[in-house]
Design a protein around this ligand. Structure first.
Ligand code: MIC
Ligand code: SF4
Length: 623
């Protein structure tokens, strides 16, 4: 029996063949962190008492928390720089680019494994790397040389046939997958792309698809490493990193999805969920106030080439605010060299730095009730920084055309002439990537606080329900980001002020009053980012368990890592408990995977190591 690409890479990184749906340990070759999750991840790494990273290559990026409006972010950057130097980690300076884009360009290698403290780490799947997002503590463990505990996923084959119509792009392919599978449809699944259609997709386009595969809740997404991969690595001057690998022709998949690319129209994820997908045709004509191009989903040179081609000799509509964030210094340099930047600038664009920027709420919050079109991957409620804004996620082509017209414009079947060169050799300048010397003293600014300590789990709680939520609660709901809050990522006391802030401004007050509490959640609780702060902060405020209909993969692990028990409940239990109720939680039989919620006996499915960690009050207490 043939093997899938995912199985081939997993089997090469484990000691025995894992059983589907069961826990196993994956050896991790490389790791990445970014600044917003990195400070915590490195504090955790340092608490392990290891003198040097054990991964083949670890890279620490500064790309999220870049607005230096006070000392906090700059201090975090300095801390991260000194940690990187001391422990043998490459350090990508602020301005060098968004972690996933730079990782793709300069570091990722087909067939290897990559663990990153950011949910969009799967971007490197576009290059054939098995790349997975995780909480900072899991990445810290990988840097300490420990394998990554995961569930052997189901493998979904997405077969792409035919060729995209003019004006329809890779972004529309992943929006179509999201339309079909929803934001809950990928939990514990890997999406493996095959079919005739993939040969027309370059590595940056494949990376767009794998990047936004995170919105399916998937473990990861991956393309084979083939001639297209080789060509990309050659342009990057890294042909020697090429290793060919694809699935066997008789590989068995758990599920097959077919997409005929020639039938696909341009799509948009409408407010406020990435799976609320409609054809652009259906929303065409809607007036737009803001258009933003960038983020790790769509900020490659290829994306910028399409945008510049549309904007050349045109002007942005007078009522539209238009801005771009190129994904990396490499992308921006090539834009300067080949004239793209001049044409974009001349059109009336605002040019922003090569960082996450508005995607994580670092500026560019739109006006009240704005319609904002973004080439990003997430349009969750509140993420733009303006609660009343309506954010649509679209391709760079749709974004640029709409910015010129002032209303949402369908690019389907529109020919775009590209007047620029796609460089045969990309501009390579790694001077903003600092190699470690193992000499630095750690610099800890006054805003960087020690990790909070958490106590073990008791056998029984009589405990208040501090919050009851609906389905699809995101980590942005739990622990919002944005320029005002992100500077406190390494100061949990301060950060905790904002827990559930956009949903319930009194959350902290109530949680403190109750001392210990539980949260009741719907389906897919904790979808979205890998930020472990969405677990640490509630735990810091006394949350001991979340009872939800289902959990997102990364957040479930983060909850357990910090001693919050994630308990799956049915509809009846969900309906019978309300906010403000006092309930009993009985963990006496947790060893037998039994938890009692009031009178209901719930069979849980924790593994032995998870039970041990939960009882101790979290992973750091265990190690
Ligand atoms: C995001 O896109 O939500 C982030 C910001 O990149 C997060 C990480 C974080 O919260 O720092 C993610 O995707 O994991
Ligand atoms: Fe940065 Fe946005 Fe990508 Fe997250 S999704 S890594 S915030 S660009």
């Amino acid at each position: 029996m043939g093997l899938t690409l995912t199985e081939k890479i997993i089997y090469a990184h484990t000691d025995s063949i894992p059983e589907k749906g069961k826990e196993f340990y994956l050896r991790i070759d490389n790791t990445l962190t970014q600044d917003a999750t990195g400070t915590m991840a490195y504090l955790e790494f340092m608490s392990m008492g290891i003198d040097k990273v054990k991964a083949k290559r670890s890279v620490s990026y500064i790309d999220h928390n870049t607005l230096q409006n006070g000392f906090e972010n700059a201090d975090d950057h300095e801390f991260l720089k000194t940690v990187a130097d001391k422990y043998g980690i490459y350090f990508s300076k602020c301005g060098n680019g968004i972690c996933h884009q730079v990782q793709l360009e300069r570091f990722s290698i087909p067939t290897l494994t990559l663990l990153g403290s950011d949910s969009h780490t799967p971007t490197s799947g576009g290059l054939g790397t098995l790349s997975i997002g995780a909480g900072g503590l899991d990445v810290a463990l990988a840097m300490a040389g420990k394998p990554f505990k995961m569930i052997m996923p189901e493998i979904v084959n997405v077969k792409l046939t035919g060729k995209l119509k003019c004006g329809v792009t890779a972004k529309d392919i992943i929006l179509e997958v999201l339309r079909r599978k929803t934001v809950k449809g990928g939990v514990n699944k890997v999406f493996e792309y095959t079919g005739d259609g993939i040969k027309y997709l370059t590595v940056p386009e494949r990376a767009t698809i794998c990047n936004m595969g995170a919105e399916l809740g998937a473990t990861t997404s991956i393309f084979p490493s083939d001639e297209v991969t080789k060509d990309f690595l050659r342009r990057e001057g890294r042909e020697s990193d090429f290793i060919e690998l694809s699935s066997d022709s008789d590989a068995i998949y758990d599920e097959i999805i077919e997409i005929d690319l020639s039938n696909l129209d341009a799509l948009a994820a409408c407010p406020s969920m990435p799976d609320n997908v409609k054809k652009i045709k259906e929303i065409e004509g809607t007036k737009v106030d803001q258009v933003l191009v960038g983020s790790c989903t769509n900020s490659s040179y290829l994306d910028m080439m399409m945008v510049a081609s549309i904007l050349k000799n045109k002007k942005i509509h007078k009522d539209v605010s238009f801005a771009i964030n190129p994904g990396s210094k490499q992308v921006l340099s090539m834009m300067v060299k080949n004239g793209l930047l001049f044409d974009i600038l001349a059109s009336g664009a605002r040019i922003l730095e090569c960082t996450c920027g508005a995607c994580i709420g670092m500026g560019q919050s739109p006006k009240t009730n704005a319609i904002s079109l973004r080439t990003y991957n997430r349009n969750f409620y509140g993420r733009s920084g303006t609660l009343s804004a309506n954010v649509y996620l679209v391709s760079p082509v749709t974004a640029a055309l709409s910015a010129v017209n002032g209303y949402i414009t369908d690019p389907t079947d529109k020919r775009i002439d590209i007047p620029y060169e796609y460089p045969d050799k990309f501009i390579i300048d790694d001077s903003m990537i600092i190699k470690p010397t193992f000499k630095s003293e750690i610099a800890m600014g006054p805003n960087i606080m020690a990790l909070p300590k958490f106590d073990p789990l008791k056998d029984r709680y009589e405990i208040k329900v501090v919050l009851k939520t609906k389905d699809d609660i995101t980590t942005d709901d739990i622990m919002p980001a944005g320029s005002k809050i992100l500077p406190y990522r390494s100061n949990i006391e301060k950060l905790s002020d904002y827990t559930f802030y956009n949903i319930d401004k009194d959350f902290k007050k109530k949680a403190k009053e109750y001392t210990e509490s539980v949260i009741i959640g719907g389906l897919n609780y904790g979808q979205g980012s890998s930020r472990e702060h969405a677990a640490i902060s509630p735990r810091y405020l006394g949350v001991r368990a979340v009872l939800a209909k289902s959990f997102a993969r990364i957040h479930r692990q983060n909850l357990m890592n910090f001693g919050i028990v994630p308990i799956v409940i049915n509809d009846d239990i969900y309906s019978s408990i309300n906010e403000g109720d006092t309930i009993t939680l009985d963990f006496k039989d947790l060893d037998k995977n039994i938890v009692k919620v009031c009178d209901s006996v719930i069979n849980t499915s924790f593994t032995e190591s998870e039970i041990k960690m939960l009882k101790k009050g979290g992973l750091l207490n265990t190690i």
